[in-house]
Design a protein around this ligand. Structure first.
Ligand SMILES: [Zn+2]
Ligand SMILES: [Zn+2]
Length: 240
């Protein structure tokens, strides 16, 4: 009864089209979901970007750059529908979209996470000023949901964002790296609070484009003795 009243007051909005009409028990319209670009083979063996040619193992980015993360996974390729969905999740307060995203991560990667055995899940942090502006860190919401689903502890503040960076999309590769150098800090207090050794970590973020953010985070973690760094993101750019 209570549940039914809640459904009437707060009907589930489809995170993909924004419509309220979602069939009972679903987190999105089945037709919207069916149109999403799920990551399929062939995909990059390192970052999971979709590949154009079957015979290639790695995407152009992973071939050119020696990224330090061990392996990364994405649920979807970035397209206009996901771009709009994530923008609403990130900037327009649609925190409830996380339930759909986490269900999709679970459906594809819960076994993978079990085999990975991460000691903890760590969200890519946002700068404090952005946090105050939006009221939440979208990556942290995802990390907590994935942690709960997989039974892995989440250390939300193991990495801190040190300085405000320029929007990445306007920068070249080299500028991006420079922009991000020193952007993240290791929070020793959070590591101590966790108390156990951190050998394998799983980074969580919403989007992976050139990989420079994940790379910057990985470098900090590995410089502090973490030996394996993995990532899971919702969307990844195409890597032709
Ligand atoms: Zn829809
Ligand atoms: Zn790749």
């Amino acid at each position: 009864m209570f549940r039914e009243i809640l459904d009437i007051i707060y009907p589930v909005r489809c995170p993909l089209c924004g419509d309220i009409a979602v069939p009972k028990g679903n987190k999105s319209c089945p037709s919207c979901k069916a149109g999403l670009p799920y990551i399929q083979e062939p995909s990059c063996m390192k970052c999971s970007k979709p590949l154009e040619q079957e015979e290639k193992e790695y995407c152009g980015d992973c071939e050119r750059k020696a990224y330090h993360f061990d392996r990364g996974y994405a649920v979807w390729a970035y397209n206009d529908t996901m771009k709009r969905s994530i923008a609403n999740f990130k900037y327009h307060g649609r925190k409830e979209y996380a339930a759909f995203y986490i269900e999709e991560v679970a459906a594809r990667y819960s076994d993978r996470i079990k085999r990975m055995k991460p000691d903890a899940i760590v969200p890519v942090p946002v700068h404090r000023s952005k946090y105050l502006e939006r009221g939440y860190n979208q990556a942290d919401i995802l990390a907590r949901g994935i942690g709960k689903m997989a039974g892995v502890p989440v250390i939300s503040d193991l990495l801190l964002r040190n300085k405000k960076t320029m929007p990445q999309k306007e920068l070249s590769d080299i500028e991006r790296l420079k922009n991000l150098m020193g952007a993240f800090l290791w929070n020793e207090a959070a590591a101590r609070r966790h108390g156990r050794e951190l050998v394998r970590l799983l980074l969580v973020d919403d989007i992976y484009t050139t990989g420079s953010t994940i790379e910057a985070c990985t470098n900090i973690l590995k410089s502090r003795g973490v030996s394996e760094v993995y990532f899971i993101v919702l969307c990844i750019g195409r890597g032709f």
